[in-house]
Design a protein around this ligand. Structure first.
Ligand code: NAI
Length: 466
């Protein structure tokens, strides 16, 4: 079979690339070794959000309903049901991708794709049988997998990655999480809400270290309230798994202090590594860089003409929506169009509660680059909508250029900021100023008023409600 475009990997990057290529009139094949939807739909974004929502309902019923005047008795967690519902959400969502493949007349090949040469791809099925596909162009979208260094003795049983953390059917008593990044804090929230004693060991001096410092501080405060314990500036030196327990050796950085922690599970969440195993890259002369990523040019083309790579397997943030943008981008490049991605405007979100969301530059980055800026902040506790829902923790911070007032970064911690950040992205896409946002009507009462007030604070220190 001969295709115009073949996509290897059917995660959010790959399936979007396939659909966009089909829309542009190409004959498209997509190869997937596991399940359509990739990490995001099967063992990442979607199932973790399902569990985040379920655990949040439980937490609210337990901790907050009484204040709202709602009495609940006999509240209990049915963990197998929680996991079953999560799986139903995954199955439906994955089914939706199958439908989209059919609708767009994309041929789906189940199996492991590997390059025989630049225009021939072998698909090896689970039963060992194989077939080959002839293709003009290929898009590599094989994603990433959890980084589980040998020293941590990952066994998928007691020493787990995010994948297994989505399948636990009995609330653990204690969980130690290595890494205070996005996965550690999202899954840590799930289990802390369900009653697990959660401890996070983070090597650096703050959690979510890539985000603005104020966001790290606010989120840490919120998570401590939830009962999560943090060991910042600590490193895990050993992980020893027994049948039902695990012992974690921890050392304080730059000191002689060391101790050990016992837990039912140790979750490793220290980042992900690009997935290029068994792809046959050596057969076509593609070398990965020092971090295992596939080097690409400005068109996301590899050193081999006609072979492109997108998403977690190349440089940049490992985010589903970044991969989606790149998927559409490459399909359009292949079609001879001139698309553009502004990587500065890819938002980052952490689905804890309160949620953290950000776009553009952090204060630290602006300082380092010597860009003159002004910051306007507005706390959710000053917002009627937030008081009504009892979600008063957090703030919105707008960073604008000191002279031009152009918005350079927006950082939010608070209720539904994952959705609110879209306004900041839109305004920044059009290179809007803090004053532009300050003069836009925001419905009252909504959480979005915090964005308007922070913009007013940034443009001329004229927030109304503080
Ligand atoms: P991460 O890069 O977000 O965080 C890893 C954390 O582990 C960092 O704070 C790092 O300093 C720390 N760390 C690294 N080695 C360590 C060690 N030996 N001991 C202690 N701490 C150590 O990685 P994470 O959370 O595993 O997520 C992986 C990827 O998946 C990220 O790129 C993330 O953006 C993406 N993701 C995005 C989500 C979202 O957009 N909401 C949700 C989940 C994952």
């Amino acid at each position: 079979m001969k295709y115009d475009v073949t996509v290897i990997g059917a995660g959010p990057g790959g399936y979007v690339a396939a659909i966009r290529a089909a829309q542009l009139g190409f004959k498209v094949a997509i190869i997937e070794k596991d399940s359509l939807g990739g990490t995001c739909l099967n063992v990442g974004c979607i199932p973790s959000k399902a569990l985040l929502d379920s655990s949040e309902h439980y937490h609210n019923a337990k901790e907050r309903f009484e204040t709202h005047g709602i009495q609940v008795t006999g509240l209990k967690i049915d963990m197998p049901q929680m996991i079953k519902r999560k799986q139903e959400v995954v199955n439906q969502t994955v089914g939706g991708i199958g439908f989209l493949m059919k609708k767009n007349k994309i041929d789906v090949f189940e199996g492991l794709g590997s390059f025989v040469d630049a225009h021939t791809i072998k698909v090896t099925k689970a039963d060992g049988s194989s077939e080959t596909i002839e293709t003009d162009k290929t898009i590599i979208a094989t994603g990433s997998s959890a980084n589980t260094p040998a020293a941590f003795n990952y066994d998928g049983n007691r020493v787990i990655s995010s994948t297994e953390a989505l399948e636990i059917t009995k609330v653990p008593k204690r969980m130690v999480i290595i890494g205070g990044g996005v996965i550690g804090l999202e899954l840590g929230s799930v289990y802390a809400r369900l009653g697990t004693e959660v401890e996070v060991v983070e090597f650096l001096d703050r959690i979510i270290p890539a985000m603005d410092k104020d966001c790290s501080k606010e989120l840490m405060r919120a998570m401590k309230k939830l009962g999560v314990k943090f060991h910042l500036k600590h490193k895990v030196v050993s992980v020893e798994a027994m049948k039902t327990k695990v012992k974690i050796g921890v050392e304080k950085r730059d000191s002689d202090v060391s101790f050990s922690l016992d837990a039912d599970y140790c979750l490793i969440a220290i980042g992900r590594i690009p997935h290029t195993d068994n792809l046959g890259l050596e057969n076509i002369g593609i070398m990965t860089d020092e971090r295992g990523r596939i080097p690409v040019d400005a068109h996301l083309q590899t050193n081999v003409p006609g072979i492109y790579a997108i998403g977690d397997v190349i440089k940049g943030m490992m985010l589903a929506h970044k991969a989606e943008e790149e998927g559409a981008f490459v399909a359009e490049v292949i079609a001879g169009e001139k698309p553009h991605i502004d990587y500065n405007l890819i938002p980052g979100v952490v689905y804890t509660w309160p949620e953290v969301a950000a776009v553009g530059q952090t204060e630290e980055q602006l300082k380092e680059a010597g860009v003159p800026y002004k910051a306007g902040k507005f706390p959710f506790k000053a917002l009627g909508r937030a008081r009504a829902s009892m979600d008063i923790q957090g703030m919105v911070k707008v960073l604008a250029h000191k002279d031009t007032d152009e918005i350079l970064g927006v950082h939010m911690v608070g209720p539904r900021t994952a959705d609110m950040i879209a306004e900041a992205v839109a305004v920044m896409e059009f290179r809007g100023s803090a004053e532009d946002v300050a003069r836009m009507s925001h419905a009252h009462p909504t959480y979005t008023e915090a964005m308007k007030e922070a913009a007013m604070a940034a443009t001329a220190d004229r927030a109304i409600h503080v």
